[in-house]
Design a protein around this ligand. Sequence first.
Ligand code: 8IG
Length: 274
Amino acid sequence: MATSVDSPAFNPKSLAIQAAEQIREATGVETHDIAITLGSGWGGAAKHFGEPRAVIDAGNLAGFHRSEVVGHSGTLSSYQLPNGRNILILGARAHLYQDLGVDAVVHPVRVAANLGVKTLVLTNGAGGIKPTWKPGQPVIISDHINLTATTPLRGATFIDMSEVYSRELRDVALSVDPTLDDGVYVQFRGPQYETPAEVRMARAMGGDIVGMSTALEAIAAREAGLKVLGLSLITNLAAGISPTPLSHAEVLEAGREAEGRLAELLSTIVSRLP
Ligand code: 8IG
């Protein structure tokens, strides 16, 4: 059957409803409570959640695209925590720099919302601007600045952005590790890393963290009414802060070294989420 581009099948919100229905069938679970996106360095947390109830190849779900970036997986997995919570790990992130469009970027967030998820944990690997930070250090995202010049919202969708990253959820993270620092996440489109001048600009604007993923996802989450917890692994010092050039290999290496601690931290936070 020919499907026209005007067909509801191409509407991002109906694609998210379709994918959610496919996940309900694959998992046998009607409602998921928490969804987690695992960015660079955070992947080890999954094994702390026990045996997955189901692992779904994102390529088989409506609206998903196979991930292009080394170090990212392309599956969604469903777990049940000892406290009974159903959690969904969104292991198939699309980035703006892949040119799949902003709807593809936020699709996993919309799918989670359609599954009944109320709490979204967004993790990422990112560059650090605060001079006291060291590669391998996790930090809490307190707020963001969206420098992508785009948004997942369409039309007159004037959503409140005064507390995108829930104070309550940040306090849960702090209850697990009171030494966690926090900072403002600045999203650039990428894929190139920043120039030193761009990092100075981000710092002058009030930014502490530079990345390429989380602000757009958080906006879509707030549109859908989800509470958001954002966590960054500082995998590298931002350009000009770091004495050496940035490399993706360095990012992956910092992720690997921090993985054990991050896995423990994230799984404990998740077990305490309201
Ligand atoms: I990992 O230094 C990682 N992601 N924009 N800048 C930006 N994104 C990043 C960086 C960085 N490191």
